[in-house]
Ligand binder design. Structure first.
Ligand code: ISL
Ligand code: CA
Length: 559
């Protein structure tokens, strides 16, 4: 168990550099901004930083379209800044993990620039090229897969008349993992970053690397229509072989952590990816609970209220399924999701702080490794901009596609306000000065207008704020490392407001009781008597607990 203790018992803080702090007035967060806030991170108490991509990129998808894996995005700074940041983190006992985006690159990467030139270019097979299909209705793309970001996954390229595959935007061509030189180039690049001293990688959509040979169309789809082709690229046939090879070539023998972002994955597949004897990845970042508030049509199909019983069932299944074998991540949000308090809590002035902390208490007490996304530590909220103010390509592509299909633009806005990825990407609110202290210029994405009330300076100065609650919960987590390894038992798993569980590791027992609801709750039975209350967002109880106030959270130690 010694190996990997630091990441099993760690607390990750996710930084979206573009929106963290701008120090040169161009409106874009930069590495210098993170360096300036190292003491802030240390004061909060987190132990690992995950940086979203900081590599050279034309920023079609904010750095998830990489044009050079080994240089720093010009807007973010220089390699010297990066080294200073890494050193500054390590000096404070904080580890650094970087994003690894190798399902695809940018179309401006030198490999793709070469690849598209001619059919016999030495880099041709770095990407996935196919001929179009002749039909009575004219030429069609090689298959009918729908892209994550709307439209076909295929783009016809004029130079050779062939199509290339892009599961995401047309500026994110998929790398061809079947082609050994691609894998060699990726492993060499990873090793060079490890040699610089980074502590690990968060691996973007890592379970999409292997595609079913032949890239078949989704059957039973009307001609000319697109369909979700997940069965042909989620956990594809050679995925585990590729990850085991990557492990041997880059990870084995190093004291680093890997966390795989996996889409549409189930527990059985998760165990293969992170099982202890598998030699693949350390930790899974799966997103099943991110669909709690989506209807059958996907993320934009809002479903309310979300079910607390379903949450417990999903979390419980993953915790139990990986216990003693693989490792879980615990989180409410990231840079692709709405703000936690607006989505799962209540962001009205009356309940914002209480609900933000009730929610915070869950990932910070569950088994696995907790992830905190920047701004959540002050309870930042969603925004409701007019469409012109959105920057996220997923949001904009969906909007354009729906409008083109004849839908009323105004009717699309509630879903965008609730679910757009830009909710998480509005700049950090540092203080109540102009532009929230994020920039002296014009921010790349509008600041949330609530910054005068909700900002770091205000929250740090006021005991009892969301910030201080996070700091206390982080401290609690560090004082109780057994929570990370615990076995968990739900009390009242079917209850639609209460999330209550016992956690047990070796001789230690904990009780966590949350009311995730606006109404007070009378408990089905009194809570088991605790030895010591460790934390609450309300005054600590002095006797038996028979009810919980709205959004009340309690963490205690059981005998
Ligand atoms: O963002 C999503 C839903 O709104 C997800 O479907 C997301 O596209 C998926 O989780 C993959 O995300 C990752 O890869 C994308 C990038 O845009 C995301 O920011 C990244 O987290 C492509 O690299
Ligand atoms: Ca800047």
């Amino acid at each position: 168990r010694e190996h990997g203790r630091w990441w099993r018992e760690g607390i990750v803080y996710q930084i979206y550099p573009r929106s963290f702090l701008d120090t040169n007035g161009d409106g874009i967060g930069d590495l210098r901004g993170i360096i300036n806030k190292l003491d802030y991170l240390q004061a909060l108490g987190i132990t690992i930083v995950w940086l979203n991509p900081i590599y050279a990129s034309p920023n079609d998808d904010n750095g998830y379209d990489i044009s050079d894996y080994e240089s720093i995005m010009a807007e973010f700074g220089t390699m010297a800044d990066f080294e200073e940041l890494l050193h500054g983190l390590h000096e404070r006992g904080i580890r650094l993990i970087m994003d690894l985006v190798v399902n695809h690159s940018s179309d401006e990467h030198a490999w793709f620039v070469e690849s598209r030139r001619s059919r016999d270019n030495p880099h041709r097979d770095f990407y996935i090229w196919r001929d179009g299909v002749d039909t009575p209705a004219g030429e069609q793309p090689p298959n009918n897969w729908r892209s994550f970001f709307s439209g076909s996954t295929w783009e016809k390229d004029a130079a050779t008349g062939q199509y290339y595959l892009h599961l995401f935007s047309r500026k994110q061509p998929d790398l061809n993992w079947e082609h050994p030189p691609v894998r060699e180039a990726v492993y060499d690049m990873m090793n060079r970053w490890f040699d610089m001293g980074i502590d690990g990688f968060r691996m973007d959509v890592i379970n999409l690397l292997s595609k079913v040979p032949g890239l078949p169309s989704v059957p039973d789809t009307p001609p000319g229509e697109l369909a979700w082709g997940g069965r042909y690229f989620v956990n594809g046939p050679r995925l585990h072989e590729f990850l085991q090879e990557m492990h041997q070539r880059t990870l084995a023998g190093r004291d680093v952590m890997t966390v795989g972002e996996c889409v549409a994955v189930d527990v059985a597949e998760g165990r293969k990816l992170v099982g202890q004897d598998r030699g693949e990845l350390d930790m899974i970042f799966q997103m099943e609970h991110m669909d709690l508030d989506s209807g059958p049509l996907g993320k934009w199909d809002i479903k309310q209220p979300w079910s607390r019983a379903e949450l417990k069932s999903i979390l419980g299944r993953w915790i139990q399924g990986l216990h003693g074998d693989g490792w879980n991540s615990q989180f409410w949000t990231n840079h692709d999701q709405p703000r936690t308090v607006s989505r799962f809590g209540n962001d009205s002035p009356e309940w914002r702080e209480k609900s933000a902390l009730a929610l915070a208490a869950l990932p910070l007490t569950l088994p696995g490794t907790p992830y905190i996304y920047q701004g959540d530590e002050i309870g930042m909220t969603n925004v409701a901009f007019p469409i012109e103010d959105y920057r996220d390509l997923e949001t904009l592509n969906w909007y354009r596609e729906e409008v083109a299909r004849g839908r009323d633009p105004a009717a699309l806005m509630p879903a965008i306000h609730f679910k757009s990825r830009d909710n998480a990407r509005t700049p950090m609110q540092w203080d109540d000065s102009a532009q929230a202290g994020f920039t002296s210029g014009t921010p790349w994405l509008r600041i949330n207008p609530d910054y005068a009330q909700i900002n770091v300076a205000e929250a740090m100065a006021r005991p009892g704020s969301v910030w201080h609650g996070f700091r206390e919960l982080i401290e609690l987590r560090k004082a109780n490392p057994g929570l990370a390894y615990a076995e968990l038992t739900w009390l009242w798993p079917e209850h639609e407001a209460l999330v209550v569980f016992r956690s047990r590791h070796q001789q230690q027992n904990w009780l966590i009781a949350l009311n995730l609801h606006n109404e007070p709750q009378t408990l089905p039975t009194e809570l088991p008597p605790v030895e010591l209350w460790l934390w609450s967002n309300e005054p600590l109880p002095s006797g038996p607990v028979q009810s919980l106030a709205p959004w009340q959270a309690l963490v205690g130690q059981l005998p």
